[in-house]
Structure formats: structure tokens, C-alpha cells
Write a protein that binds this ligand. Structure first.
Ligand SMILES: CC(C)(COP(=O)(O)OP(=O)(O)OC[C@H]1O[C@@H](n2cnc3c(N)ncnc32)[C@H](O)[C@@H]1OP(=O)(O)O)[C@@H](O)C(=O)NCCC(=O)NCCS
Length: 168
């Protein structure tokens, strides 16, 4: 598996992930198609500037096919700035361990570069696969918490990992 920066050519993959009702079922429903090309362009610029790690998951390095995304970014909360990780894998690639491997690879990179500090994750309480990833990679469960994503309130589990100490 290879992780590469998102590029302006990844609009199709973004649309398939973020504008699809099944993919977004645990994230408050599909986002509008309008504005997605702009979002990809902004994300590609942010990735190229190394402001955030916005990675496309490429299962077979010999082929360009994209299976999903894994990202780490920093943002402000009421309790100050935090680093957060998120992931998505397209339906035809699910159930093969790809999300778990991609999450582990990005957290190993965070550990090796000593970047991002504690990394938080907020999967929906109903997302068994994502909560399973957190548990098996070495995250600690903190609490359940309501978070706002794209203007919608989601019930989530709050997990945290110190990549330098907790990665299993
Ligand atoms: C959630 C998602 C990323 C999982 O991707 P995936 O590549 O299929 O996950 P993996 O194959 O790496 O499986 C991870 C773990 O979840 C388990 N799992 C996978 N699908 C599952 C399911 N439907 N129910 C319960 N457990 C499941 C796997 O057995 C594995 O656990 P293990 O390590 O104990 O074996 C993917 O389904 C997805 O993108 N869904 C839609 C978007 C989304 O919900 N994103 C996450 C928001 S927090």
C-alpha cells in the first residue's frame, strides 16, 4: 500500500466518498456536489504545503487506483488546538483491512517524525468498523461526545493515541 498526497485530480474519489448517502451514513448524510472541486483544490494545496497530511490510499503501488483517504490535521476546539485523524474506504475495497493498515502507516509516520502530538479520533458511536480500528491500533477510549461535522451534530466516541507510546 502507498499513501500519497491528495491532488486536484482526485475529484471523482472525493465525490464518491463525500456525496454518497451510504458512505456518509455515519457522518450526517451526503454533502452537496457543488463545491467539491474547490474543496479538493484547497485540500491539495494544503497537502502540498505540508500544513496537513491529506492522503489518498493506493492499495497497489503499480496501479493508480484509489481506495480511500486517511488524514491528520490540526484544528481549534473550545479546549485549544488538537490533532485529529479521519479515514474513509470506498465500498468495493472495504473489509480487506485497508483502513486499518492506512491508519497505522500514517500514525507510524507521525511517530517517526515526532509530529502532531496526541492524535484524536471521533468515529460515530454506530460505526463498528471505525471503533474497531481505534481499539486495535492502540487508541484509548475517553468518552462519548456530540461533535459538529459539516454543520450536523453527530454522536461520537472520543479516542486518543500517543503514536510514540501507544501504537500496537
Ligand atoms: C469505516 C471504514 C473506513 C472501514 O474501512 P475498511 O477498510 O473496510 O476497514 P478494515 O477492513 O480495515 O477493518 C477494520 C476493522 O473493522 C472490522 N470491520 C470491518 N467492517 C465491519 C463492520 N461492518 N462491522 C463490524 N466490524 C467491521 C474489521 O474486522 C476490522 O477489525 P479487526 O481489526 O478486529 O479485524 C469504511 O467502511 C468506510 O469508509 N465507511 C464509510 C465512511 C466512514 O464511516 N468513515 C469513518 C468515519 S469515522
Amino acid at each position: 500500500m502507498r499513501l500519497r498526497n491528495v491532488s486536484p485530480d482526485d475529484v471523482d474519489a472525493y465525490v464518491r466518498m463525500r456525496c454518497d448517502p451510504v458512505m456518509m451514513a455515519d457522518l450526517g448524510g451526503p454533502l452537496p456536489l457543488e463545491g467539491m472541486a474547490d474543496k479538493v483544490r484547497r485540500d491539495a494545496q494544503e497537502a502540498a504545503a505540508d500544513l496537513a497530511w491529506l492522503k489518498m490510499i493506493v492499495p497497489d503501488p503499480a496501479r493508480p487506483e484509489v481506495a480511500g483517504t486517511v488524514t491528520i490535521w490540526s484544528h481549534d476546539t473550545d479546549d485549544g488546538p488538537i490533532s485529529e485523524i479521519g479515514w474513509m474506504v470506498l465500498p468495493e475495497f472495504q473489509g480487506q483491512g485497508l483502513a486499518k493498515r492506512a491508519v497505522r502507516i500514517l500514525l507510524e509516520q507521525a511517530r517517526d517524525q515526532e509530529r502532531w502530538g496526541l492524535v484524536h479520533a471521533f468515529p460515530s458511536t454506530s460505526n463498528a468498523a471505525s471503533n474497531g480500528i481505534c481499539r486495535s491500533v492502540g487508541f484509548r477510549f475517553l468518552s462519548d461526545v456530540a461533535v459538529t461535522f459539516a454543520g450536523r451534530v453527530l454522536q461520537t466516541n472520543h479516542w486518543v493515541i500517543d503514536p510514540g507510546r501507544d501504537l500496537t
